[in-house]
Write a protein that binds this ligand. Structure first.
Ligand code: GLU
Ligand code: ZN
Length: 324
């Protein structure tokens, strides 16, 4: 697939990724996930790529990419190869959609947001906060399955846009997570047939991330555990596209003193603000290191921790930030 697939043939024990969305300043939670992904790859002599997940134009913020790069440099996190931007890779997602459609995995859905909200039979029992795909949807009852012969026909019949949805047969999807252990989800019972594009046909997060991870040869995915609930959907897509699944590691989120997940509104904990307020990168590094059971002794750079880093010592529970 595409020009970047050459990289996938490189032999490396671990090929991880940093996949920020340029949607605002990074905060301590991001610093922690990115450092852990970097330590995981580099401590094993592996590679790590940087991919800007800039597909959702509504969430992208002018200047955010530059600010992400500054933060990564400040922390001493580097990456292999060129920065890849999802907005440059639309053809790859189109190719994947064509394959999914011709193999019978997709159907067009013209349901409105309001109809979907009404149809959702019960709120999805989600234990994890929302990921980049937005709030966890309720269970989609399959309203549009078998209703239209093509996306064009769907749009013509309803005068609306149409999203592609992925057909999910009943059945458990099980996978092993390096932090959570064995995890089982029957996607047909949790979210049902899920959208892989927006209503104007553009690739949605679930599809893009699967296509990109495979195309970029990523075999280790370490990310926040808000995405644990997306993983089974991504495995369905990987199987339908004939792509391998990476090893999964969903790391606990960083929360504030009241138990809330750190989010963009925690402006005071953005790396930029901390830096402006006199924090040194080594202090952030020490905090992250101590949160994964490494001693609190200050070391100057991210690579100074590589020798001692052990992912096995990562605690499962949420981690409280050092300041709030
Ligand atoms: N870009 C996503 C985010 O900012 C991460 C996607 C992923 O790691 O799979 O939350
Ligand atoms: Zn529908």
């Amino acid at each position: 697939m595409g020009r970047i697939s050459r990289i996938a043939t490189a032999t490396s024990p671990v090929r991880g990724r940093l996949a920020p969305s340029p949607s605002g300043d990074l905060h301590l939670g991001h610093a922690r996930s990115f450092l852990l992904a970097w330590w995981q790859a580099r401590s094993q002599g592996g590679e790590i790529i940087l991919r800007m997940e800039d597909l959702d134009a509504d969430r992208c913020v002018e200047g955010a990419e530059q600010s992400v790069l500054e933060d990564l440099h400040w922390l001493g996190i580097d990456w292999d190869g060129e920065i890849v931007r999802q907005s440059d890779r639309l053809q790859l997602y189109e190719d994947a959609l064509t394959k999914l459609w011709s193999d019978g995995h997709l159907y067009p859905c013209t349901c409105t947001r309001k109809e979907l909200a009404e149809a959702a039979s019960a709120p999805h029992p989600t234990e994890t906060p929302q990921g980049p795909g937005g709030a966890e949807p309720g269970l989609y009852p399959g309203t549009c399955r078998g209703r239209f012969d093509s996306r064009e026909a769907a749009m013509e019949a309803t005068g609306r846009g149409a999203a592609w949805r992925m057909k999910i047969p009943p059945g458990e999807c099980s996978f092993r997570d390096g932090i959570w252990g064995d995890y089982v989800e029957d996607v047909s019972a949790t979210v049902g047939d899920f959208p892989v594009t927006t209503k104007d046909g553009r690739a949605a997060y679930q599809l893009a991330v699967v296509v990109d991870d495979a195309d970029q040869g990523v075999d280790h995915v370490l990310r926040g555990d808000d995405l644990l609930s997306s993983t089974a959907r991504q495995i369905h897509l990987q199987r339908a596209l004939g792509l391998p699944s990476p090893a999964w590691y969903h790391v606990p989120l960083v929360i504030d003193g009241t138990g809330q997940r750190l989010a963009k509104r925690h402006d005071s904990l953005s790396l930029r603000r901390l830096r402006e307020g006199g924090w040194k990168a080594s202090e952030v590094l020490s905090w992250v290191a101590s949160s994964v059971g490494l001693d609190g002794v200050s070391r100057a750079t991210a690579s100074d921790w590589l020798e001692d880093f052990r992912l096995e010592s990562l605690p499962q529970g949420a981690v409280i930030g050092p300041v709030s």
